[in-house]
Write a protein that binds this ligand. Structure first.
Ligand code: FAD
Length: 346
């Protein structure tokens, strides 16, 4: 039994495997290519303080406890995940980069550059951080300023006194735009679609409805789509301030780039020193390509966490479970189903 990825989803799965009687070594193993514990959280920019992250849910069986909300989320979560792995003696091997998963009849072969694990079932929990999505716009290669993706962002300091164009209507784009605007000489915010503001308290009902929408998409074999595309953008106090100050004055997508500017189809031009592509992430599933799982709709057809085309494979932290709470639940659901599946094999 192999779990690929030791973020929230992978650790939740490992915890439940442990509880249902899988043993380290011969029973199951967790492979993770991070340098240290923490899943994608270890890479989040230092200015993302714990108090600014959306609700981070405790891993099953052990609470994060009291933590300084002014400390970077990357440090706090990394330490917490490390404690968690030690407390439950979870068999995490790192760094192990899984390059491919092949179907060898009775077993799935999980391969790194140096090792192969033959698994009766695989729980894939590889998240999205490793696949930042950069759309292409003409002239991108000619632009002389700095271009970076959310995944490369480290500090607002490098934007002090500069004009920054932020591309993208997701939660990260908005959060980074508001921070950059405090030091930049000017900012321009562009998004493909008009932003949809979520003007109601984020309640469990709103959350459930959003998850149900993404679930319907993956059951139909469509790509999951981003969470914000179904929830809308929360009108937090910071966001309301940004709207009032005109920082969140959204412009439509530009048409192309020149050496020093972005240009809209009507010829309007905006000088830019830097462009931040806050254009999201895709599921990091390249290593599953040998299994040929893509449905005609471009996604992987799912039934809960189970891949419809191969009941030995579960995707957790994917689609409807791509949140810290969703990842927790998906880990448990996947283990329950796999246990049943393996028991059925006798
Ligand atoms: P990850 O945390 O990404 O873990 C995946 C693990 O798999 C990593 O450790 C990685 O090293 C490993 N891995 C990947 N590929 C391989 C491979 N080929 N071989 C071996 N190992 C591999 N959710 C919230 O609930 N609250 C928030 O505030 C929040 N903020 C977010 C901000 C950003 C910028 C992003 C991108 C997402 C955010 N989310 C948030 C979503 C949330 O981070 C994830 O859905 C959640 O943490 C689930 O984690 P995961 O285990 O699925 O993935």
């Amino acid at each position: 039994m192999v779990v690929i990825g030791a973020g929230q989803a992978g650790l939740s799965a490992a915890y439940h495997l442990r509880r249902t009687g899988f043993r380290n070594g011969t029973g199951f193993v967790v492979l993770d290519h991070g340098k240290r514990p923490g899943g994608a959280w270890q890479y989040r920019w230092p200015s993302l303080k714990l108090g600014k992250a959306h609700a981070i849910h405790d891993l099953p069986g052990m609470a994060l406890g009291e933590a300084d909300r002014d400390r970077p989320a990357s440090e706090v979560v990394s330490e917490y995940f490390g404690r968690y792995e030690r407390t439950f003696d979870l068999p995490v091997l790192r760094p192990v980069d899984v390059l491919s998963v092949h179907d060898e009849g009775e077993r799935l072969l999980v391969e790194s550059a140096t090792d192969t694990w033959a698994a009766r079932a695989v729980i894939n929990a590889t998240g999205t951080w490793d696949r930042p999505f950069w759309p292409y716009y003409p002239g991108q290669e000619r632009f002389r300023g700095r271009q970076l993706h959310t995944a490369d962002f480290e500090s607002v300091e490098e934007f002090r006194g500069k004009h920054v164009v932020v591309v993208g209507g997701g939660a990260s784009g908005v959060q980074l735009l508001l921070e950059i605007a405090e030091v930049a000489s000017g900012t321009t915010w562009v998004t493909r679609r008009e932003p949809e503001w979520l003007d109601v308290e984020f309640s469990p009902e709103v959350g459930r409805e959003s998850v149900a929408k993404v679930d319907r998409r993956v059951r139909a074999g469509l790509p999951p789509g981003s969470v914000v595309s179904v929830t809308g953008l929360a009108l937090t106090p910071d966001v309301r301030r940004g709207l009032a100050q005109g920082i969140l004055d959204r412009k439509p997508m530009f048409d192309h780039l020149t050496e020093h500017s972005v240009v809209w189809a009507d010829g309007t031009e905006q000088h830019a020193d830097a462009i931040l592509w806050a254009t999201g992430f895709r599921a990091a599933l390249d290593h599953l390509a040998p299994l040929h799982l893509r449905a005609p709709g471009g996604g992987i057809r799912m039934d809960g966490t189970r891949v419809v085309a191969d009941p030995r494979l579960h995707l957790v932290g994917y689609g409807p479970s791509a949140s810290t709470i969703g990842a927790n639940r998906a880990g448990r659901a996947a283990v329950t189903e796999i246990r049943r599946y393996l028991d059925g094999l006798g």
